[in-house]
Design a protein around this ligand. Sequence first.
Ligand code: ATP
Length: 289
Amino acid sequence: MADVVELASKAKINLTLAITGRAENGYHLLDMLMQNVELSDTVRIEKADGIRVETNLFYLPTDRRNIAYKMAERFFAETGIRGGAAIRITKRIPVAAGLAGGSGNGGAVLRGLNRLYETGLSLEEMQKLAFPVGSDIPFCLAGGAARVRGMGERVEPVKGLPPCTVLLVKPVFGIATEAAYKAFDRIIPARTPDTEGMLSALERGDLDDVGRLLCNHLEQTARSDYPEIGEIEETMRRHGAVGASMSGSGPTVFGIFRDRRTAEKAASLLKKRWHDVFCVSPEASGTFS
Ligand code: ATP
């Protein structure tokens, strides 16, 4: 059996994000449609003594504050396996962006350790084990496209985006996830995501309806704090996007385009102002194997 595994840890976008209530512990209850896209970090894991994490970004913590470290620690504690892991993460997904970069790394570490140590955990078992480490990790473990409910623990695969190009722009400012949810509690949302409508648009492969129905409850306050979010979306729409929205708690904005050339033209325009701009395809299938 190999002593090393290398996995791709994919970014996600939110086609919808609805806040549907509050759990007893005060956490927000969600109903989201998430879609992986072909922008990924690489996670390499080697059997070792103890847990070590290194990344190509000097400002990321490599100790217990790193989600990859936390995940490895939980894996060994929960399985009772006496082992260790040297984890090397090559980041390409922007950090603190609403793209589940960190959560994806957590998911990749668990999938990798499950393989390296031949623990044979099923997808459901891994999702249960990972949820306390990060609420987006159950989705990241499944991958592809899914409806995600509760606090992130209920993940059902759904039909993903039809062939298209997704243009991602990560503005330089950051939005703290907790503050974004708190800000939502103080407003009356102008629009509410139509999750069922989006599911039906995906089933029909109707890209115009998908574009029209993109909606994120966290966007309204983000846009009023940072008008750049609305401006990026407007630029995308003016240059051929069927729709544009914000991913997760932001600040990444994405637009959906029918064809790559139109998306690339819009990308070259947006690159004049923003540094983190990516043209990617949606990921067709889940990551679990
Ligand atoms: P999510 O929080 O759902 O994973 P996100 O895009 O909103 O997605 P991340 O990129 O995960 O945010 O980063 C959020 C915070 O987590 C950052 O402040 C970062 O320092 C910390 N973090 C810990 N481990 C990692 C990791 N492996 N990759 C990226 N960020 C990490």
